[in-house]
Design a protein around this ligand. Structure first.
Ligand code: FAD
Length: 449
């Protein structure tokens, strides 16, 4: 990297909004890697030099050209809710905050096009006006941006119906700006969108996205409790496979996790194991039959007309579960796992019994390759990094896939290896290796050239 001169940069950005106040810059250099006691010390003190907030694509192009010219690292940022330090700049430079680019360009039946900084909840609201909604959203849908979700997330509420973001068809188009002295604008469609999906901001600056929408259902929210965890898990799996029932969320928690859900205490008797559900309202009539078969009890039901009022169950699920637990006990951390499809849920039961109170089971059911599988974001009572790694290795040895949230290296997390197509694309869109440098093992760290 050439010597960074802030004055040169700010002069080059001229009328583009910038932030240089060190406190603000430090704040905007953070994300939610704080859920990991392993990442916190590794990322301590890593901050950008300046935050730049483009209002449109023309400004993004100017920032990209300037950063390429002066070989300045660029960390693109949405809302900064990522969990792996994806938004933390390892080598300073520009934090490119995309939140001012929040225009919903158009919404048609079944498809929408947005700027990257649009919040998921904003698109959902707009789409609902014409009877459609987002296919899936993370539990951070109120704050997270769509660009950040595609570049950093994987799936969430809705994935039980539509699979994960990486599944063919869940992203229709992406427009990226390259990090070159003369930046290009590239529109990716079809399978090419995978070159940027979950690439952690190393493969071009996403300025626009085109996403498929789902028919909007009236969603009822339900809590069902069970005396036995494995029965609750089997109920979740059965509901996941009940193809006639449209659902958006099936989350199952082993006691004592519900203790961390303060607003839900009155609906979850101490010692019971709840399933938190979002089910299409017309299917509610079919739910009690299945609940009875598994000996559960419906303790809470919120009709769709009350959506938006009071507590929203989705905000206790996915990684919000970890958030609630950590609000009470900061020594708790988490894992991200995918169990193999198996109707007997044997491996889930094995892990549940093997680790007991040390690894509390939190299941999220979703579809992978057409099959319902139990994913898990287990809560771990953290002691040491060695013990955490031992727990991870034990899971992997038994056939559980772990997307390790305690690393900021893409290949050591969920990806394991970077897709060669992504690497080829990287060479083209970021020839100087300036985008989020240091986050991939295979990429030559060549910002000195
Ligand atoms: C409590 C909690 C719950 C969560 N639940 C879920 C969940 O259910 N499912 C899930 O998948 N994730 C979840 N996450 C992780 C995260 O919230 C989501 O992935 C979210 O969609 C990220 O959006 P963001 O705008 O905050 O992205 P950021 O954190 O700002 O960015 C994420 C990554 O994308 C890159 N990026 C951002 N914008 C662009 C752009 N325009 N162009 C190129 N690269 C870009 C960044 O460089 C970074 O690498 C959760 C996190 C927390 C803290």
């Amino acid at each position: 990297m050439k010597t960074l001169n802030l004055d040169t940069l700010t002069a080059a950005f001229a009328d583009i909004e910038t932030i240089t106040d060190p406190v603000q810059v430090a704040k905007l250099s953070q994300d939610y890697h704080t859920f990991s006691p392993v990442l916190v010390p590794k990322l301590a003190g890593k901050v950008g030099d300046i935050v730049v907030r483009p209002a449109n694509e023309a400004e993004v192009i100017r920032v990209a050209a300037t950063c390429a010219k002066y070989r300045v690292p660029v960390t693109v940022r949405g809302a900064g809710t990522g969990n792996y330090g994806q938004c933390v700049p390892l080598h300073g430079g520009v934090i490119l905050d995309m939140t001012k680019m929040h225009e919903i360009l158009w919404v048609k039946p079944a498809v929408a096009r947005v700027e990257a900084g649009v919040k998921l909840a904003a698109l959902d609201k707009k789409a609902r006006e014409i009877g459609w909604e987002m296919r899936m959203a993370p539990s951070t849908y109120r704050t997270a941006t769509i660009g950040g979700f595609i570049a950093g997330g994987s799936g969430g509420i809705g994935s039980i119906q539509y699979g994960l973001l990486g599944d063919r068809g869940n992203i229709l188009g992406l427009r990226v700006v390259t990090l070159e002295e003369e930046p290009q604008i590239i529109e990716l469609r079809g399978d090419d969108v995978q070159k940027v999906n979950h690439a952690w901001g190393i493969n071009g600056i996403i300025t626009q996205l085109e996403l498929p929408l789902a028919p909007a259902y009236p969603w009822a929210e339900v809590i069902v409790t069970f005396d036995d965890f494995m029965t609750a898990a089997k109920f979740g799996y059965a509901l996941g496979n009940a193809d006639g029932m449209i659902k958006k969320l099936i989350s199952v928690f082993a006691s004592p996790i519900p203790r961390y859900f303060h607003p839900l205490q009155q609906y979850i008797t101490e010692g019971t194991h709840p399933a938190l559900l979002m089910v299409a309202e017309p299917n509610l009539e079919s739910l009690p039959g299945l609940v009875q078969r598994y000996g559960g009890q419906i303790t809470y039901q919120k009709p769709a007309q009350d959506t938006g009022k009071g507590t929203h169950l989705a905000e206790f699920t996915w990684n919000h579960t970890t958030l609630h637990a950590r609000t009470v006990d900061t020594s708790i951390t988490y894992l991200q796992s995918m169990f193999p499809p198996d109707s007997s849920l044997q491996l889930v039961e094995h892990m549940y019994r093997h680790f007991g109170a040390e690894v509390m089971m939190h299941l999220e059911f979703f579809r992978v390759g057409g099959a319902v599988i139990p994913g898990a974001l287990q809560l771990v009572r953290y002691t040491t990094e060695e013990r955490l790694n031992e727990i991870i290795r034990y899971h992997e040895a038994q056939g559980v896939t772990i997307a390790n949230p305690h690393t900021y290296i893409i290949e050591d997390g969920g990806r394991k290896v970077i897709d060669p197509e992504q690497l080829k694309f990287k060479e083209m869109v970021d020839p100087y290796g300036l985008m989020n440098p240091g986050k991939s093992k295979v990429l030559e760290f060549n910002i000195h050239k």
